[in-house]
Design a binder for this molecule. Structure first.
Ligand code: FAD
Ligand code: NAP
Ligand code: SF4
Length: 718
């Protein structure tokens, strides 16, 4: 008897039998266009097949050159391109897996000079304006899809997935927003669907009845002037008739301003859309987005929202996801926390994809964790991400590991991160390591501050003692209204008006924690229509009233949150914007007192000028509370409504500088981190001592680096 009877049930699709209901969804790894990258790609897929993956969908491969995502992007249009594909398909088949090639024409998202689209309209997320395809070129593109599918079949793929969502070419044909054509491919709903339907029909004709043809149907575009759900269903029926075997759900274009896969998106947030497809279509439907545990997958299928679940990132985080579910070992699954930091952020910045919680992803050979030749007694100090990851990897190799942690629980800063609204999944990482350390027999000594004496017997010492919050040295920072971010996240009482010192990742998270109502409805806040009546699924966002007024301060002049993740930074900025959080950049801290934080900001003018609405070099003109910083040219510095409870108050002016008071009942210090590695100097005995994670370098530290350093060190040991 299994806990996941629906998830693990096989499914017959055409001539194929899928061993269970989990599809490993498409992820562009970066190896697709790397010469010789097929061997590593094959290794990556093979590890997943060995871990139970059934049907794998490759990263997007364009059917022609102009549809490639970048000028050197992967495309499949000639027979001489087949050998690397055969390497991949042979490897997957030799382990009993199934693999489909994703055919993805980037359309106006292509980042090269030869980008093409239904109409010459630039995407807001691309610098390139595409060229409009002529009617003949559209017909030729249909044939390119058919040829690429036939080539994929020749290369040994079990099927193809036609990418019809996320705002790529096929999707662009479907909506008025991007298709303003007047030929047979535009002008009416039916004409806009023609390209998609012809692609499917020709792909089916080119590959015969037994080939798997999946179609990724954009069910919720989440952009203006998009499809009504009736049109989505009409297309679903037409592509069904044209021969698709499975319909996969697509949610949101890349340019949509609604998060769809990030960590703040609730679990299985969009499976109600797949359900609506499934109720109206006859081929199996796969649900997507924010499903990262077997429990969630089981529920989605058991309640009839979908026939299959398509999960991508969870297979990066844990190649043995399926096997662990099958063997009733779900607590051992290294769960994807939807951070995007090492997968999508890497892909979108041209780096090779990997995974924050599993740095071995895409480096399977290089970071092999084979059995050690010499088992050592290794003492690890600090059970944050770095210490936990090292202890696990070293113990897995056969070392005898003792892990010290001075807090009552392991987890380090992840214990704080998981308290941030939307980051609860970070707790999965702690659960994973707790389970693994117990299973591997690591001695875990929590509630104990390790001293050099504790480490005396070890053959090797690893210091993963992490970081301590920086004390910025502002006059008055030891006052009663001042708290550290740790105090706040651990529940210290906080007033109505808050000033946050530091606008980095933690400053943003703390501002969100202090303003976000835990009962807020995700769909309402972001403007998603769950009734499927609104065009594209878009409604006007209705943010919930913030719990407090927060002003975030930073010394740098740059855009607040500029160093946040490539694919998630905009979400954090939007969250704080919705919560009415004010930002003040370029500040010089003067002092903190019971009234708040006194700062100097660059600017000119006099109090009188500003009162009269004529501060030199300034634009906004409200005086009193909001006035002075505005007068200083700090348009983003303060909320412009006079009398806003959190707005700054001018208390003095000086040449070139304006002194302001940021009124605050509570001031929270989020001024960065400093390494904590004092133990290093106390260790004697000539044993190898390694310092990793935040203890090594605190600047620009994140959990991705902490875990990567840990696993690399464990892999490098004899
Ligand atoms: P730490 O996590 O600091 O762990 C060090 C551990 O060592 C601590 O548990 C400490 O108690 C212990 N220790 C120290 N000295 C001793 C001793 N002598 N004996 C025993 N134990 C000792 N990073 C991201 O990548 N993405 C995010 O989204 C993200 N969000 C965050 C949100 C918040 C609110 C916070 C606070 C951090 C966030 N981070 C995030 C940062 C991330 O958590 C850190 O980069 C990471 O935890 C650093 O790992 P570490 O193991 O080096 O150090
Ligand atoms: P951070 O991102 O480096 O930000 C530190 C902030 O403190 C900056 O705003 C800095 O800006 C300010 N600061 C530095 N020294 C100061 C001083 N002496 N006085 C006053 N202010 C000072 O670091 P963090 O916020 O502590 O975050 C730690 C790490 O966790 C980061 O690397 C981050 O990537 C990671 N993290 C990531 C996320 C995420 O969502 N991806 C979330 C949380 C944390 P100024 O110098 O301009 O004032
Ligand atoms: Fe998931 Fe983050 Fe790993 Fe990407 S990097 S697979 S989002 S845990």
């Amino acid at each position: 008897m299994t806990s996941y009877p629906h998830l693990l049930a096989p499914l017959r699709v055409g001539s194929l039998t899928l061993p269970h209901r989990m599809i490993m969804g498409s992820m562009h790894t970066g190896l697709e266009e790397t010469p010789g990258g097929e061997h590593e790609l094959a290794r990556f897929y093979v590890e997943r097949v060995r871990g139970g993956a059934g049907l794998i969908v490759t990263g997007g491969i364009s059917p022609n050159e102009e549809g490639a995502a970048r000028h050197d992007g992967a495309h499949l249009s000639r027979e001489d391109q087949l050998p690397p594909h055969r390497t991949v398909t042979d490897a997957v088949h030799s382990e009993g897996g199934l693999i489909a090639l994703q055919l993805m024409h980037s359309g106006r998202y292509a980042m090269h000079a030869n980008a093409v689209a239904p109409s010459p309209l630039r995407a807001p997320i691309n610098k390139v304006t595409p060229r409009e395809l002529s009617t003949e070129e559209v017909e030729r593109t249909v044939e390119d899809f058919a040829r690429a599918a036939a080539l994929a079949q020749q290369a040994g793929y079990d099927g193809v997935e036609i990418m019809g969502s996320e705002g790529y070419l096929i999707n662009e044909f479907l909506v008025v927003h991007t298709n303003q054509r007047t030929d047979r491919y535009g002008g009416s709903d039916a004409a806009r669907r023609r390209f998609a339907v012809e692609v499917v029909r020709r792909v089916r004709e080119a590959t015969g009845p037994d080939f798997l043809v999946m179609y990724r149907l954009s069910a919720l575009d989440l952009v203006p002037d998009a499809q009504e759900f009736e049109q989505v269903l009409a297309l679903g029926r037409e592509v069904e008739e044209a021969g698709v075997s499975i319909i996969n759900t697509g949610i949101g274009w890349h340019e949509a301003r609604i998060p769809t896969i990030a960590t703040n998106v609730p679990p299985a947030a969009f499976t109600w859309v797949s359900r609506a497809l499934r109720e109206n279509l006859s081929v199996p439907v796969a649900a997507v987005n924010r499903m990262n545990t077997p429990e969630i997958g089981e529920d989605v299928i058991a309640r009839g929202d979908a026939d299959l679940v398509c999960m991508a990132r969870p297979f990066l985080a844990d190649p043995a996801f399926v096997a662990k579910a099958r063997e009733e070992r779900p607590a051992e699954i290294n769960t994807c926390i939807a951070c995007n930091q090492a997968c999508l952020d890497h892909t979108f910045s041209g780096k090779r994809m990997s995974c924050l919680v599993n740095p071995r992803a895409m480096r399977e050979d290089e970071l092999a964790l084979g059995p050690t030749r010499t088992a050592e007694r290794i003492a690890v100090v600090g059970a944050g991400p770095a210490g936990m990851a090292f202890a696990e990897a070293a113990a897995a190799r056969g070392h005898h590991v003792t892990l010290f942690e001075e807090q009552p629980e392991i987890g380090g800063q992840f214990q704080l991160a998981r308290r941030i609204p939307g980051k609860a999944d970070y707790g999965h990482t702690i659960r994973y390591f707790r389970t693994r350390l117990a299973e591997l027999g690591v001695t875990v000594r929590t509630g104990h501050t390790a001293t050099s004496q504790d480490l005396a017997d070890a053959d090797r010492v690893v210091l993963a003692t992490g970081v301590t919050p920086r004390i910025p040295g502002i006059a008055g920072e030891d006052g009663p209204t001042v708290l550290g971010y740790k105090d706040v996240l651990e529940g210290a009482p906080v007033g109505e008006r808050v000033a946050v010192v530091g606008g980095g990742g933690i400053g943003f998270d703390v501002a969100h924690f202090l303003t976000h109502d835990p009962d807020a409805d995700f769909y309402r806040e972001w403007g998603v229509d769950r009734t499927l009546e609104a065009r594209g699924g878009l409604l006007r966002p209705e943010p919930t009233a913030p719990l407090r007024h927060v002003t975030v301060l930073q010394r740098g002049e740059g855009k607040p949150g500029a160093r946040l993740g490539t694919t998630t930074g905009w979400i954090h900025r939007a969250e704080l914007h919705m919560a009415g959080v004010d930002f003040m950049t370029g500040v010089q801290y003067q002092r903190i007192d019971g009234d708040g934080v006194h700062v100097l900001v660059p600017g000119t003018g006099t109090l009188e000028d500003n009162a009269a609405g004529g501060g030199a070099g300034s634009a906004p003109r409200q005086q009193t509370r909001a006035g002075a910083a505005a007068a200083a040219g700090h348009s983003q510095a303060v909320r412009q409504e006079a009398g806003h409870p959190g707005a700054a108050t001018a208390v003095a002016l000086a040449p070139g500088k304006v002194e302001l008071l940021v009124p605050a009942d509570t001031v929270v210090l989020c001024a960065g981190q400093e390494s904590r590695a004092e133990l290093a100097e106390q260790l004697t005995g000539g044993r190898p001592v390694h310092v990793i994670g935040g203890a090594h370098v605190a600047s620009e530290l994140d959990a991705k680096r902490a875990i990567k350093e840990a696993v690399e060190l464990a892999a490098s040991l004899p």
